[in-house]
Design a protein around this ligand. Structure first.
Ligand code: F0G
Length: 461
């Protein structure tokens, strides 16, 4: 029996990719003010900007779309989704939202007050920004290995329990709940073990604090547990996911990831404490609680997606994709976060571009170079995303400068990945030519989305 692990699906509908030349890409990136977010997707060959909302839906999901009940109140599609999410999570209260950040904003608005502190392994950028917007301090307490790109550890997304304990001892009265991101997206898509999660839950419980999961990649996390955590090899990803949710009191969910849909999310809570206030806010800004800013058909597609994503063959192929790319990059000496994450490969720009200083934004520069070289769009997870220009004018920098190549689910085939691997290896050979950048215009929150940049060595005026 051959052991090549192939894509566990056939393709029924295709989208053409428009080819571009290097000269065109130079012009296009200039027009986008050196910000890949401002490129048109049609001008990108392989779009690894994100795995969020970019999944290909299955025939079964498209079929379910036709069954969407578009009633304003009491939609059948909502009750279908509610049942699926209750079965999976065990949580009673399911509040649909248009995407993850809406669930975050609603939760933080009703459960936090200004001056509060919320620990996590690493808050994702929208989570961090939504907390800060409420005057809450997000604290990232991932284990030290989680910040060292080339230190191998099976669960680099684990939270540092000692530091959580210290935080609770010093400022426990300010902590409304603990959070944890599964998998740890900003830290390399790294998983959290059930052992760590249980210990974190126990610690929080001793202080009377609930645990909220940022669950958007819960299925990938479950598969890592199956493959790496002793004692779980014979349990299905679905049962591991159930066990995961059982350890927490609720979750925010961007269904655009492991929900396998193009739009959607939810807030799910075990207990009623925040529910009424959350639903009131939902009605104010998202919609009635049986659709929450989504169409009935979106709720249907999500109900199917949450089931499909837990298929073990799919998850094995999914994690193998990143691992395959990681192995080939490692063989070529291209530094990246190891082991590879669930949804993405994270290139270590500081190591690949040693001639660039932090103020040259090496990860942003590498991201741009990859677009120019091969038409590949990644995303910077580094000091443009997480650094800041303080009111004093001083700049802060992030602990790592990574380029994330995130893989849309069920969209690209192995030859797409082979092309990307070749491109990265060729770029590495000419890494010393990659130019740094400077930010010329930025906004106060989430500046990376709209920032304008210029080449660091460009003559001004
Ligand atoms: N939490 C995590 C861990 C995320 O990765 C994201 C989104 C969100 C919350 C917010 O969800 O986009 O539905 O509002 N991450 C995308 C990404 C944008 O590219 O990683 P959303």
């Amino acid at each position: 029996m051959p052991h090549t692990l192939f894509e566990p699906f056939r393709i029924k509908s295709v989208e053409p990719i428009r080819m571009t030349t290097r000269a065109e890409r130079e012009r296009l990136l200039d027009e986008a003010k050196l910000n890949p977010f401002l490129l048109r997707a049609d001008d990108v060959l392989l779009d690894f900007l994100t795995d969020s909302g970019t999944s290909a839906m299955s025939a079964k999901q498209w079929g379910a779309i036709m069954e969407g009940d578009e009633s304003y109140a009491g939609s059948r599609s909502f009750f279908r989704l509610e049942k699926v999410v209750r079965d999976l999570t065990g949580y009673q209260h399911i509040i649909p939202t248009h995407q993850g950040r809406a669930a975050e904003r609603i939760l933080f608005s009703v459960a936090c007050k200004s001056g509060d502190v919320v620990p996590s392994n690493t808050h994702f950028d929208t989570t961090r920004a939504n907390l800060e917007y409420q005057g809450v301090e997000p604290v990232d307490l991932v284990i030290p290995e989680g910040l060292e790109p080339r230190t191998r550890h099976p669960f680099k997304g684990n939270i540092d329990l000692g530091r959580v304990e210290a935080l609770l001892a010093e400022r426990g009265d300010r902590v409304p709940f603990g959070m944890i991101t599964l998998t740890n997206n900003s830290g390399g898509g790294q998983p959290v073990s059930l052992g760590n999660l249980r210990a974190y839950r126990d610690l929080l419980a001793r202080h009377g604090k609930p645990l909220i999961l940022d669950a958007c990649r819960f299925a990938e996390n479950a598969m890592f547990i199956k493959m790496r955590e002793p004692g779980w090899a014979d349990t299905s990803p679905r049962d591991i996911a159930r066990e995961t949710f059982a350890l927490a009191d609720g979750c925010t969910m961007s269904a655009k990831k492991d929900g396998m849909v193009n739009i959607g999310g939810f807030l799910a809570l075990r207990e009623g404490r925040w529910v009424e206030a959350a639903k009131n806010l939902l009605i104010l800004t998202e919609g009635f609680p049986t659709y929450g800013g989504l169409a009935g058909r979106d709720l249907e597609a999500l109900a199917v997606g949450l089931d499909e994503v837990l298929d073990e063959h799919y998850l094995r192929y999914r994690l193998r994709t990143a691992e395959y790319m990681g192995q080939r990059l490692a063989a070529a000496g291209v530094a990246h976060v190891e082991p590879t994450g669930g949804h993405a490969v994270y290139l270590d720009a500081r190591s690949i571009l040693p001639h660039l200083a932090p103020e040259d934004y090496p990860a942003w520069s590498l991201c741009n170079a990859l677009y120019l070289e091969a038409g590949i769009r990644g995303v910077e997870i580094g000091s443009v995303m997480f650094g800041k220009r303080l009111d004093s004018g001083e700049e802060t920098y992030h602990s790592m400068d990574l380029v994330r190549l995130a893989f849309p689910r069920r969209v690209y085939t192995q030859s797409h990945f082979d092309y990307a691997i070749e491109a990265i290896c060729e770029l590495k050979a000419r890494a010393h030519e990659v130019r740094g950048v400077r930010i010329t215009h930025q906004s106060r929150y989430l500046r990376h989305f709209t920032a304008e940049l210029a080449w660091a060595d460009a003559k001004v005026g």
